[in-house]
Design a protein around this ligand. Structure first.
Ligand code: P6P
Length: 337
C-alpha cells in the first residue's frame, strides 16, 4: 500500500505557516535532512565499498577517526554550507569553528553536529546516528569565534537526530513538540510517521555501561543497584537493561517506550568533565527529551541550563522518563531534582 503521509518538507512548510519558523530555518533543516540521507546511503555500502575501518588520524577528541566519520563530516559541511543561511558550523570532527566559505551567502543560523555518533559500531554493523543542534544569532559577529557563537542549550531553536537502523529515521523538534520521520526509499524522502512523540513518564529499562561500575559515584551506584534488585528491592518492580553504545539508538528507544540513559561523570572521566559532549550530543538530546515530556540532567541540574565555556566540553548525562530521572536526581549529592 502506498504511504500517503506528509513528506518532511511538507511538514516544515506547515511548521513555517503555523508556529513561525522562518524560511531560512526551513532551508537549513531541509539541507540537514539531505545530508542525513547521503550519510545513510554511504553506510548502506558497508564492506562493499572501501569505507569501513579506521584512518591513521585522530579527531579533536583524541579518538581514532573511522573513514565514515570523515565522509559523514564532509557530507554535512558540503550540504549545509550550500543552504546560504549559516553563520558558522561546529562539528565533533573539527577543532575550530567552520567558517562558511566566501562563495556562499551567510545567515543567522549556527549548526552544531556530531556527524556520525557511535561510529565504533560501524564495522560490526550496529545502528549509528547523526545528531544536530541549531541556534539563531541575533546579529552576525564580525569574527566567528567560539565565544561569539556558544549558547546554552535552552537557546536552541531546533534539534534532532538521524538513526541509521533497520529503517533510516529522522526525529526533530523546532520547539513545539517532537516528530519522527521515516525514509521512504521509493521516493527518497522522509515521511511523517511519528506525530507528537511523548516519552512515557515511567521507565522499565535502564541504559548504562555497567563495566564502569567501580568508577561511579555513590548516588549512581545506589540507583543502579536498586534497579538490579528489582521487585526484591526498594523499587518493588523489575527493570531490564540495554546498552547499544550508540546514544542515538538509546535515546530513540527511550523516546518511543520510555527508560533512562546514563553516562555520568565518574572517577575515571572526571578530569575530562565526563564522556559525552555538551554542544552536539547532550544539548540536542536534552531538547528533544524535554520537548517530548521527559527530563535531562547533569549531576548538578538541567542540561539545557549549562552555560558552555568551550566547544568540545563534556558533561554527565542522565535523561529519559521524567519520573525516573526525578527519582535518580534525588539520589545525587547536589539533589539535581
Ligand atoms: P562506551 C559513542 O562513542 C558515544 O559517544 C555514545 O553514542 C554512546 O552512548 C557512548 O559513547 C558509548 O560509550 O564507553 O560504552 O563506549
Amino acid at each position: 500500500m502506498t504511504n500517503t503521509s506528509k513528506t518532511y518538507v511538507q511538514y516544515l512548510w506547515d511548521r513555517r505557516r503555523s508556529n513561525g519558523i522562518d524560511r531560512d530555518l526551513v532551508a537549513l533543516l531541509h539541507s540537514v535532512a539531505t545530508a542525513c540521507k547521503a550519510v545513510s546511503n554511504s553506510l548502506k555500502s558497508g564492506a562493499l565499498a572501501d569505507i569501513l575501518g579506521s584512518l591513521e588520524t585522530e579527531n579533536v577528541q583524541g579518538e581514532t577517526q573511522k573513514k565514515l566519520d570523515v565522509i559523514a563530516n564532509d557530507i554535512f559541511l558540503r550540504r549545509c554550507e550550500y543552504s546560504g543561511v549559516l553563520a558558522a558550523m561546529v562539528s565533533e570532527e573539527l577543532e575550530e569553528v567552520y567558517a562558511i566559505p566566501d562563495e556562499f551567502p551567510r545567515g543567522p543560523y549556527v549548526l552544531l553536529f556530531d556527524p556520525l555518533d557511535g561510529s565504533s559500531n560501524i564495522d560490526v554493523n550496529v545502528s549509528v546516528g547523526s545528531i544536530f543542534s541549531v541556534y539563531k544569532l541575533d546579529e552576525l559577529p564580525t569574527e566567528m569565534t567560539y565565544d561569539a557563537i556558544l549558547r546554552s542549550g535552552a537557546e536552541q531553536v531546533a534539534a534532532g537526530y538521524a538513526l541509521y537502523g533497520p529503517a533510516t529515521m529522522l526525529v526533530l523538534s523546532t520547539g513545539k513538540g517532537v516528530d519522527g520521520f521515516t525514509l521512504d526509499a521509493s521516493i527518497g524522502e522522509f515521511r511523517h510517521t511519528h506525530a507528537n512523540i511523548q516519552v512515557p513518564p515511567e521507565a522499565a529499562e535502564f541504559a548504562i555501561n555497567m563495566s564502569r561500575r567501580r568508577f561511579w559515584d555513590d548516588g549512581i551506584a545506589t540507583y543502579i543497584d536498586e534497579c538490579i534488585s528489582g521487585e526484591t528491592g526498594p523499587r518493588k518492580r523489575d527493570y531490564n537493561m540495554r546498552w547499544v553504545a550508540s546514544m542515538v539508538a538509546e535515546v530513540h528507544r527511550i523516546m518511543l517506550r520510555g527508560g533512562v540513559f546514563l553516562y555520568p561523570v565518574d572517577s575515571r572521566n572526571r578530569a575530562d568533565g565526563g564522556k559525552l559532549r555538551l554542544l552536539y550530543e547532550a544539548n540536542p538530546m536534552a531538547m528533544l527529551i524535554e520537548q517530548a515530556g521527559g527530563a535531562a540532567i547533569t549531576e548538578t541540574g538541567r542540561i539545557l541550563d549549562v552555560v558552555p565555556v568551550s566547544p568540545h566540553q563534556r558533561v554527565g548525562v542522565m535523561l529519559g522518563s521524567k519520573n525516573e530521572v526525578e527519582y535518580l536526581a534525588a539520589k545525587l549529592p547536589e539533589n539535581s531534582a
